[in-house]
Design a protein around this ligand. Structure first.
Ligand SMILES: [Zn+2]
Length: 254
């Protein structure tokens, strides 16, 4: 009799623990299940009860915002693979980094989608990342292509991914600039992100090379973004010079 009572208490405790710890997943519209089961979207770690290997399965994109000032092509429209796993940013973030993909450029849905699928495969298979690195990618067609989107931590700027969004121009911009429609697309994306609480209104913008040992986003594009109002918003010496002189990283100046 005593052992039945103890068993009941034990199972009540277990159920309570599972339900309580699942709330983070349930509230975001996901479902907790064993990660060996098929999930039609993607799994997120650490949102379900700690008992067993349970993870939160989301069916599709959880980015709810739409931007009227720029066309965003969804992951399903460019044929993205589901991510291996997902971690979330804490919006609004105060940093934006500009990149180029250093690939051939593209000018339409079909050709851009093909390049995006190649980049995603390269990032996931060769680099071992969980998904395509960038938050958004912009083609020479002026469209924005959804990478990790507004809410998920990317792999674009080492050391800063958990507090920034990464915008990549598809192409190689050492010698020439992306077309005006592409430049406007990134500016409009950031504006939309501010309006929807994803980026702070006083955000700071940098090129990838400002914080990493890389030539990204290419000489011509780097020269262009340094004229944008939020570039190096601290008004300090341009960061790459600062770094060359002092060895200090951006962490110390913002
Ligand atoms: Zn880069």
């Amino acid at each position: 009799m005593k052992s039945i009572l103890l068993q009941s208490l034990f199972w009540m405790f277990v159920l309570d623990k599972i339900m309580g710890e699942d709330s983070g997943c349930l509230l975001r519209g996901g479902k907790c299940q064993k990660d060996t089961l098929y999930c039609s979207g993607y799994y997120v770690n650490g949102m379900c009860g700690s008992l067993g290997s349970r993870q939160c399965c989301f069916n599709s994109s959880t980015d709810p915002i739409s931007c009227s000032n720029v066309k965003i092509v969804s992951r399903s429209d460019w044929g993205a693979l589901p991510p291996k796993s997902v971690s979330y940013l804490k919006p609004p973030v105060g940093l934006a980094f500009i990149h180029h993909t250093e690939t051939r450029p593209c000018k339409g849905l079909e050709s851009c989608s093909k390049i995006l699928r190649e980049i995603q495969k390269y990032h996931m298979r060769d680099k071992g990342w969980t998904d395509i690195a960038y938050s958004f990618l912009v083609g020479e067609d002026g469209n924005a292509y959804e990478g990790r989107g507004w809410d998920r931590i990317g792999s674009h700027t080492k050391g800063y991914n958990d507090r920034s969004l990464g915008f990549a121009f598809i192409g190689n911009y050492f010698r020439h600039l992306p077309p005006a429609t592409g430049l406007s697309a990134v500016k409009n994306l950031i504006k939309c992100g501010i309006e929807n609480g994803k980026i702070t209104g006083d955000y700071c913008m940098y090129g990838h090379r400002d914080v990493g040992n890389t030539t990204c986003p290419g000489e011509a594009l780097y020269r262009e973004i340094r004229t944008w109002p939020h570039y190096n918003c601290t008004d300090w010496t341009p960061f790459y010079l600062n770094k060359a002189r002092t060895g200090k990283s951006i962490r110390y100046i913002i």
